[in-house]
Design a protein around this ligand. Structure first.
Ligand code: GP9
Ligand code: MN
Length: 678
């Protein structure tokens, strides 16, 4: 459709008349008679800025303030359709909605380091299920400071009423005119806002996979309107965008299908039993930390030193945390950008490791000591291809720590079940999902003795050198985490012994993956790395020995372990950067199976590898790229070309989009159906 010259002229003159009307408004009268309206705008603007200050930290940026302002003025404009005396109710209802958004996002951000979404309402119930963790970590006083806004509105309204303000202004205004003028101002602000955006920013709004970025650039309210639209999109996915998504999908696999590549590990585990251990919140930092020469994770360290140890492995979870790890591990796809796969897309078809192994005659089971409804596992594990999912009701809950059944009891009972499963014909594939090492790590008395203190030398008042002990990590979240990780590791040690005693280790490979980091704050790491025992405090930031954990250090530290172990495998350490989505391609080559829809790579064949994260950040051996800031940290001394960065930015984006389309549009199923038809 082409736009004629006449249309442009008409549009121009319309704009001119709107701007003239705005110019001719009697502003003095306007402000005097709009006190509630003004208070509504300003107080909500303050709240959204406080939220940004507490989360993405760009509270003085012009763009999100303008975005929020335009939105609030437009919403506020409709209040003038209501009589002055009753208008307060309108402001109040919206104030409650906006305050609730701030409170929810503040809590949500603290937990997930992301903003909430309508599509994640179901996920919020999962938070409620994590009990104590919620009370100690989600419910913070600071999340409720936004409540001052509706309280202030009530006070203001009452005081204006007492002064007879509403009777007075009723005579002075024409409501229709006022509504129109205000709407025009809101519209003009919105146009200015849109004009200030770059095409990159608009592109990211439409994708919505970096929520932080969208709130940073567009403000809270536009983020939520966009989120609402995006969350409804899957409901209409069959109506819109399918053809384009399917074409992109076909093109992607035409250009990227690397058929199986032989390497020294190809088929070495063909036909063996496989036990995958989902090692809850196990972060590599636990494996690399010792106190008094005692390792936090001696068993995992021994397993890593005997098996194939992938020491540069990253989880790629989004807000679906554990469930996203289970999804990516079993499919080599990435988490979806709206909602979570386990809850919002449990009915799509996925080609998974359990399904691939079932085709080879395997029995497939998964086990977890929590409720089957948590993360919708009882439904989704079936869809992932597990013959049976053993959940809480299949175990005797004889010892509880944290979220439920203790790992030690879980492993003891799981081994008994595996012995029975092993009696069946053919090999088995089992996934054991651990539970104890889960935030908030505060049941310290149940983890067993593990001191997280430090000995140091100091000088007493007589000038003598004396030995002393600092309790520095005792009672901190990080210290408690190490104690909890030590417990989980000791449970793993017991599992190995039990499996061996049951004769299950001779023909079985074990796979360990850390599902995601332990969500411990930067502040805690700063304390550990900069602790001064003599003064029993953190070093001063000006101290030459002060080494701040910055954004990149923190992100790189979120690394988790990935180990493939069998009794007779020769040890090797693989240091190539890899993500959870590379696990399936790497393992399946060893097991003699292949998934043509995998997005990751068999890491044994890769010299450099791209690890995209759901927020658009990515990592290779050479670079960690920060998508929000569009900057990167080089990880080697090698010079980095602009082409290297832009090619990987594009590739990371492509992978996230293809994966998202596969999930939302059910493309694998549709592709297989088409192949069958042909
Ligand atoms: C719950 C457990 C924890 O059953 O897997 O889930 P998370 O909070 O880590 O996603
Ligand atoms: Mn988890």
């Amino acid at each position: 459709m082409s736009t004629s010259r006449g249309d442009i002229m008409k549009f121009k003159s319309k704009c001119k008349s709107i701007f003239n009307k705005i110019k001719n408004i009697n502003y003095k009268n306007y402000f005097k008679t709009s006190i509630l309206f003004m208070a509504f705008i300003i107080t909500n603007l303050i709240n959204s800025s406080i939220l940004r200050m507490m989360t993405v930290k760009n509270y003085f940026d012009f763009k999100p303030i303008l975005g929020d302002l335009a939105f609030l003025v437009i919403i506020g404009a409709f209040s003038y359709a209501i009589k002055a005396k009753k208008r307060f109710r309108y402001y109040f209802v919206w104030s409650i909605v906006f305050t609730a958004l701030c409170v929810i996002n503040s809590m949500y951000y603290n937990w997930f380091i992301s903003f909430s979404s309508v599509s994640l309402l179901a996920t919020l119930f999962q938070i409620a299920d994590v009990g104590d963790a919620v009370v100690s970590q989600v419910l913070r006083f600071v999340d409720f400071i936004y409540l001052w806004q509706p309280i202030f509105m009530i006070f203001l309204y009452r005081s204006l009423k007492r002064r007879g303000y509403f009777k007075e202004i009723t005579h002075k205004e024409s409501r229709k005119k006022r509504a129109f003028h205000t709407l025009a101002v809101g519209g003009a602000l919105f146009v200015i806002f849109i004009c200030s955006l770059t095409s990159l920013e608009i592109g990211r709004l439409s994708k919505q996979w970096n929520r932080d970025y969208i709130v940073q650039k567009f403000g809270l309210y536009i983020y939520h309107v966009n989120d609402l639209v995006k969350s409804l999109e899957p409901k209409f996915s069959t109506l819109f965008g399918y053809d384009k998504a399917y074409k992109n999908f076909r093109d992607y696999y035409k250009n990227n299908t690397a058929t199986r590549q032989e390497n020294k590990y190809t088929d070495i585990f063909k036909g063996k039993n496989v036990i995958t251990i989902h090692t809850e919140s196990m972060q590599s930092v636990a494996m690399n930390t010792s106190f008094y020469g005692q390792e936090v994770t001696p068993n995992l360290n021994r397993i890593a030193s005997e098996g194939i140890y992938f020491s540069n492995f990253y989880s790629q979870v989004s807000v679906g945390t554990s469930s996203d790890a289970e999804f990516t591990f079993n499919t080599s796809l990435l988490p979806v950008n709206n909602g979570t796969v386990f809850i919002s897309y449990f009915d799509r078809y996925y080609y998974t490791l359990p399904k691939m192994l079932k085709e080879q005659g395997y029995t497939t089971v998964s086990m977890h000591g929590n409720n089957g409804s948590f993360w919708n596992r009882s439904v989704m594990h079936k869809n992932l291809g597990y013959d049976k999912f053993y959940s809480k009701s299949d175990f005797d809950i004889d010892e509880e720590i944290g979220l439920g059944l203790s790992d030690k009891s879980f492993f003891r009972q799981a081994t008994e079940k595996l012995v029975e499963i092993d009696k069946k014909e053919g090999p088995f594939y089992a996934t054991l999902i651990m539970l104890t090492n889960h935030t908030p790590f505060d049941e310290v008395d149940k983890y067993g003795e593990f001191p997280v203190t430090m000995d140091y030398e100091t000088v007493d008042e007589n000038g003598n050198t004396i030995k002393a002990t600092a309790n520095y990590l005792e009672g901190t979240t990080l210290g408690n985490y190490f104690k909890s990780a030590h417990y989980a590791d000791s449970a793993i040690g017991e599992l190995m012994t039990r499996l061996d005693e049951a004769g299950l280790l001779d023909d079985t490979i074990l796979i360990f993956y850390g599902d995601h980091d332990a969500k411990i704050s930067k502040k805690e790491y700063n304390f550990m790395y900069n602790y001064d025992p003599v003064n029993d405090s953190i070093l001063d930031e000006d101290d030459p020995n002060y080494d701040e954990v910055d954004y990149y250090e923190y992100e790189l530290n979120r690394k988790v372990p990935f180990i493939i172990w069998s009794k007779d495998i020769e040890h090797e350490e693989i240091t190539t950067a890899m993500g959870m989505y590379d696990a399936l391609p790497t393992i399946s080559n060893m097991l003699g199976v292949y998934n043509k829809y995998q997005l990751g790579h068999d890491i044994i064949n890769q010299s450099d590898n791209l690890v995209p994260f759901p927020n658009g950040n990515w990592l290779t051996n050479k670079v960690y790229y920060n998508n929000s800031k569009e900057e990167y940290l080089p990880l080697t001394s090698e010079p980095i070309s602009e082409e290297y960065i832009s090619a990987n930015v594009e590739k990371a984006e492509e992978l996230l989009n293809i994966s998202d389309d596969i999930i939302v549009y059910d493309l694998i199923k549709n592709d297989l159906d088409k192949d069958e038809e042909e």
